[in-house]
Design a protein around this ligand. Structure first.
Ligand code: ADP
Ligand code: MG
Length: 446
């Protein structure tokens, strides 16, 4: 996989799990891969200037980050319409030279302490992060930050990196996702450069490893990480990790490693409250210097209604702003309400077993009725087991209740399915990826 410089389908697949479904379908799906130029710049073609405009304003960072995590050699991504190359000043997002990229850390200039809004839900995490960033040798070890999606973990971790770069430029630091750590490690195995890999990581002053849940089931990488971790801890160097759950709740992570990860400080970022959401919106509006004014009632409406996570909140704001810019109208409550109606509708829905069955059936391209049927062909049985596993993981239903929803199967069959998927996913990275994507889709789709 590493000889391929760029695989758009693969990147798209990953984008699908991090971008809102509606956004994915409207903006990412229509993009077409054109070429990778000699200077490692990827060219993507948009079907209209409208799509080009939107994508380069709002998804450029995400696409570039994904592209780089697929292949660190990628320098930049350009989105073009017809043969017209996008001009740099078209972008509101930071230009390339502003991006700090020492090949290990890809940092977003928007993710700094000064842009992080504090409230009771995140003040403890923020205090620890600042302490780590501002002390000569904080040694709050290890620090583990966890929270639901879109509540500011990445923002905080990158803020630490930016601050240290400024305060202590001589310090060696790395910020990267656990997935990228895995990719770099695997690549070092393939190119027989593991000693350089070890040297790089074991000589860091600070390692920030984001989204630790992506280590699930990756045995060999976990082992390597554990060595790196121990080496850093022995030298009194700082390690900060984040994940969507606390270490002991992460499945598919070696027990000893999990227990070491929670042996220091474990902090949770709690869901936001109205005041925080409102303040964040106000901050983002002034940060991005939008041409349109956003009336206060619209800000409050958004802060009241988009409660799930900050990323969605920002997404809703951007959608409304873009619409009004493109249509050249003022922002009103009506525009706001129309734009987020779908989002609201789905937010109020809880995840149900039926929902899971439908998503899984779509994913494996089988009929939803086969979730209840007694047919046992291999692909049907597999899809059904995946759905049972996810129903158990995501909903609160008991085993017999889940069995009932799958055509009256009894609880031992349900348990068998759960165990089977649990075991298989340890060996089968394809399955592990399917499960991750499905879970994201189910939890965050609207
Ligand atoms: P996570 O890593 O927990 O999934 P992120 O750090 O990516 O979440 O945050 C999602 C978005 O919400 C980012 O754009 C981030 O800037 C914003 N955000 C989250 N919390 C805050 C906060 N307290 N202040 C300002 N922006 C925030
Ligand atoms: Mg994150």
């Amino acid at each position: 996989m590493y000889e391929e410089l760029f695989d758009w389908n693969e990147i798209k697949f990953k984008l699908k799990s991090v971008v809102d479904k509606r956004d994915f379908e409207s903006w990412i799906e229509p993009l077409e891969f054109d070429k990778v130029m000699d200077n490692n710049v990827v060219i993507l073609k948009a079907p209209s200037s409208f799509v080009r405009y939107f994508v380069s304003n709002y998804f450029y960072d995400t696409i570039l980050e994904m592209a780089k995590s697929y292949n660190p050699k990628i320098e930049d991504v350009e989105i073009i319409f017809a043969d017209e190359i996008i001009k740099n000043d078209d972008r509101k997002t930071p230009k390339k030279q502003e991006k700090q990229d020492d090949n290990l850390s890809i940092l977003d200039p928007k993710y700094k302490f000064e842009y992080f809004v504090s409230s009771s839900s995140n003040e403890f995490a923020l205090a620890i992060a600042k302490k780590i960033a501002l002390s000569e040798n904080a040694n709050i070890n290890p620090t583990f930050i966890y929270s639901g999606i879109g509540l500011g973990k990445t923002h905080l971790m990158q803020s630490i990196a930016w601050e240290i770069k400024e305060q202590f430029p001589e310090k060696k630091i790395a910020y990267l996702s656990s997935e990228r750590f895995a990719n770099i490690y695997i690549k070092s195995l393939e190119t027989k450069t593991t000693s350089a890999f070890k040297e790089t990581f074991r000589s860091l002053d600070l390692l920030l490893i984001d989204d630790f849940q992506f280590m699930q089931g990756k045995k060999r990488t976990q082992e390597e990480f554990f060595h790196t971790f121990n080496a850093l801890m022995d030298q009194g160097k700082q390690v900060v990790a984040s994940a969507d759950k606390n270490p002991m709740e992460l499945q598919g992570i070696d027990e000893k490693l999990a227990s070491r990860l929670q042996s220091g400080v474990v902090v949770n970022i709690f869901p936001s409250d109205f005041e925080l959401r409102k303040k964040i919106l106000e901050d983002k509006i002034s940060l991005y210097k939008y041409k349109k004014k956003v009336p206060e009632d619209v800000v409050e409406f958004l802060a009241h209604t988009i409660v799930s996570n900050i990323r969605d909140l920002e997404g809703a704001l951007k959608r409304i702003l873009t619409m009004s810019e493109l249509l050249d109208t003022e922002i009103t409550m009506e525009i706001a309400q129309n734009n987020i109606r779908d989002m609201l509708h789905h937010q109020q829905k809880m995840v149900t077993v039926e929902n899971i069955q439908r998503k899984v059936a779509e994913y494996y391209k089988i009929k939803i009725s086969d979730m209840q049927s007694s047919k046992r062909t291999a692909n049907l049985a597999h899809a059904r087991q995946v759905a049972i596993y996810l129903a158990h993981k995501i909903t609160e239903h008991s085993l017999p209740a889940i069995g009932k929803k799958f055509g009256g199967r009894d609880h031992t069959t349900v348990l068998y399915a759960i165990k089977k998927i649990e075991n298989n996913k340890r060996e089968d990275s394809e399955l592990e990826k399917d499960l991750m994507i499905l879970e994201q889709n189910i939890k965050h789709s609207y």
